[in-house]
Design a protein around this ligand. Structure first.
Ligand code: TXA
Ligand code: MG
Length: 364
């Protein structure tokens, strides 16, 4: 019942008036806007805001009622813990039990930035925020607007991605509006985010650090700083009995509504195969996930580009493209594979989840 609580509560939630604010790199916030947003957070309300990865849905992470509101607004099971966002390293010692040298090293290199670290939690952090766990995930975002907001609020901000549970993470304020308008107090519109995929998560509570979610900061980058690091064996999805350690990674997630199949292999063969598969559906019922370079090559179907292979913008565009298929109302999607791209580990992890691990390898 406790797991269902968020879902049931959200169905009964009263519609509220969501206020929209602006932030941009050149002008920052208007002073009175920042004060208003900080007050909403201090009073236990919810504010969605941009980070360098995806938009987050923020609330006071030390206030259990605020965390409950986050679960309810997202329709998220309350056993799926939230990440605490801080604006300065000094704030870390208040919310964790111990900071090991390996954590110091990682923070020195990658904070502020798209890296989340998992520690044993201190007593101040409520179990509502950690989904009942003894550990807490912490991140110091690089995005200036995010850090200013956290600092103004004066508390660690719990912020999952600002989407309804199960939908792709938002990379624009419009995506947030689609999912959460009327359910939260405020949204900060800071334009399109830079990275487009959620932060890398590293668990530091085991002897050898473990990557629980791949992201912009790759295993190689982490290894170059701390030496040994492992991938969570539950991530590969190849063995259904081995569950991922991050509770959120076990859900079918990031998913468009249509059934999706990914084709991997020699690029010419992939394109031929997608054309052939698409031809047995009505053109407006079949979606094709392609790239800037290949979008013109499919004569039949609703072709959506995730970004450019040449310019390495697939990560940025992937979630927006998945949302586009929902708007088009296609019934089935065929996707190119991005396993040869830069940062492919993070991109393929999200794409495979969107496809429910449904991938066809065309090479022998
Ligand atoms: O880039 C990001 O990390 C974004 C932005 C807003 O910062 N946030 C984000 O949060 O992606 P969310 O809630 O959508 O994903 C958090 C993931 C979930 O898979 C959750 O299960 C995992 O982190 N997680 C959080 N606390 C954990 C813990 N103590 N142990 C293991 N996994 C944890
Ligand atoms: Mg999320």
């Amino acid at each position: 019942m406790i797991i269902l609580y968020g879902k049931l509560y959200s169905e009964w939630m009263i519609r509220m008036n969501t206020e929209y604010f602006q932030w941009d790199r050149e002008h920052g916030y208007k002073t009175q806007d920042l004060e208003k947003l900080a007050k909403i957070l201090k009073d236990g309300g919810l504010v969605a805001f941009p980070t360098e990865t995806v938009y987050g849905l923020g609330g006071n992470g030390l206030n259990p009622q605020a965390s409950e509101k986050i679960y309810a607004a997202k329709g998220r099971p309350s056993d799926n813990p939230l990440i605490l966002h801080i604006s300065k390293k000094e704030e870390l010692s208040l919310i964790v039990k111990e900071i090991r040298p390996v954590a110091e090293e990682l923070m020195k290199f990658f904070w502020p930035g798209p890296l989340t670290l998992i520690f044993e939690k201190s007593e101040r952090v409520p179990y509502t925020t950690t989904g009942g766990l003894e550990t807490v995930a912490v991140r110091m975002p690089e995005h200036e607007g995010a850090r200013q907001l956290i600092q103004a609020a004066g508390v660690p901000i719990a912020a999952p991605s600002a989407n309804r549970s199960g939908r792709p993470s938002p990379t624009t304020a419009d995506h947030v509006k689609e999912d959460l308008d009327g359910k939260i107090d405020a949204v900060v519109d800071g334009g399109t985010v830079g990275i487009g995929l959620e932060s890398t998560i590293i668990d530091l509570t085991e002897d050898i650090p473990v990557i629980l979610r791949p992201g912009h900061i790759t295993k190689e980058m982490v290894a170059s700083v701390i030496g040994e690091v492992k991938m969570d064996p539950g991530l590969s999805g190849s063995d259904a009995t081995v569950k991922p350690k991050a509770p959120g990674m076990k859900y079918r997630h990031y998913a468009p509504r249509a059934k999706m199949t990914i084709y991997d292999g020699d690029f010419k063969r992939v394109m031929e195969k997608i054309k052939e598969a698409a031809s047995s559906f009505e053109s407006d019922k079949v979606g094709i996930l392609a790239t800037e370079e290949s979008r013109g090559m499919y004569p039949h179907g609703q072709v959506v580009s995730a970004g450019s292979r040449k310019k390495h913008t697939i990560g940025e565009g992937l979630y927006g493209a998945l949302r586009q298929f929902d708007k088009l109302g296609v019934e089935v999607i065929f996707s190119e594979s991005f396993s040869a791209e830069e940062k492919s580990e993070a991109i393929m992890n999200r794409l495979l989840k969107a496809a429910g691990q449904n991938i066809v390898y065309l090479d022998d």
